[in-house]
Design a protein around this ligand. Structure first.
Ligand code: HEC
Length: 313
């Protein structure tokens, strides 16, 4: 139940949220450096870091996902979908709805009162429906009955909801049409029926993260997009390469290769990005990537060593 209380404007609240995103939460814990894995940015300072890095909700997609869904997944995980401060701080749909499920650890000071909650009346609904009080609710999974229960009446309801979310609550730009279509397709394809277990951990989580990148390269090679859509997806894929990079602090050679691949996808530097060369380099890296799991921040032993080092410094 939402309690009605008119004290601030929705706009003021949205600003205070972004002020919070810009500072307080990060300072509360050890992991403010950009080299630390991004998932740690959205956790309670007392949370179990080893668990957060080594286990996540499982993505409930069919095993042979369509290119459309793979593009949608990239958009879902990209801060470029959102605008302004949210984008700068790296906030994504994925941060709250990890793999399309609920992130049980999500915590931002001023938005959350307990891990796994977020105040969305100041957020999803600030412009028209914001009640301007601090009333976080549990983040829902999008793989249960999102389109059958909440959005069943009109087929357009999910589209309208998501568009408003992006453009109004996050002050993002109008999404590129093929990016938006892919995002909606991804959300609609998520279904608990495709998940045998609710979570994925350790080597499986590592493999999943590599698969996200490999499938994205394949989709980009095989499926035409608008020029703007392609540029968006390249940027989103660079974010994925960066995430993998930050999980490999003990594999500098692999990290250097990831930087090189990412640079090839940098559309700001090249008018015609050599996607083929980047894909080739990614494929060539596979034999070096496989053994890197042992020393990656998906592996409990490596995570513990990394944490001990950071605490010591
Ligand atoms: C800061 C955390 C956060 C972020 C970021 C976020 N959401 Fe949400 N989302 C929530 C919460 C909390 C709710 C539940 C709202 C409620 O119950 O009123 C929700 C609800 C939803 C729903 C409705 C689910 C249902 O069953 O009714 C959809 C769809 C959704 N979000 C999609 C997205 C998409 C797409 C993005 C990225 C553009 C996104 N969300 C970003 C926290 C977040």
């Amino acid at each position: 139940m939402r309690v009605f209380l008119q004290s601030f404007t929705g706009k003021a609240l949205a600003l205070s949220l972004f002020a919070l995103l810009a500072g307080c939460n990060g300072e509360a814990n050890l992991f403010t450096s950009s080299a630390a894995p991004e998932v740690l940015r959205w956790m309670h300072p007392d949370a179990d870091t080893v668990a957060i890095l080594s286990e996540e909700p499982r993505e409930c997609l069919p095993s042979l996902a369509s290119s459309q869904d793979i593009f949608g997944r990239l958009a879902f995980r990209s801060p470029f979908l959102l605008g302004g401060q949210a984008a700068r701080r790296g906030l994504t749909c994925q941060a709250c709805h990890t793999q399309g499920q609920a992130n049980p650890h999500f915590f931002v000071v001023g938005l959350s009162d307990a891990p796994g909650t977020s105040d969305v009346t100041s957020f999803h609904f600030s412009e028209e429906l914001g009640d301007e009080i601090f009333n976080p609710v549990p983040i829902p999974s999008l793989s249960d009955e999102v389109e059958t229960v909440s959005f069943s009446d009109k087929t357009d309801e999910l589209n309208i909801f998501v568009r408003r979310l992006i453009t109004k609550e996050f002050a993002g730009p109008e999404p590129v049409p093929d990016v938006e279509a892919a995002l909606l397709s991804y959300i609609r394809s998520l279904d608990d029926a495709f998940c045998d277990t609710p979570t994925i951990a350790d080597a499986d989580l590592w493999t999943f993260n590599l698969r996200v990148i490999s499938e994205s390269f394949t989709a980009l090679q095989s499926e035409p997009l608008s020029a703007e859509g392609q540029r968006f997806m390249m940027g989103a894929l660079r974010i994925e390469l960066g995430r993998l990079h930050d999980r490999l602090p003990y594999s500098p050679k692999v990290q250097a290769s990831l930087v090189s691949i990412s640079q090839k996808l940098n559309t700001a530097k090249h008018t015609e990005p050599p996607l083929g060369a980047a894909t080739y380099e990614w494929e060539a890296l596979q034999s070096e990537l496989q053994p890197a799991f042992e020393n990656s921040l998906f592996n409990k032993g490596a995570i513990e060593a990394w944490l001990a080092e950071r605490i010591a410094n």
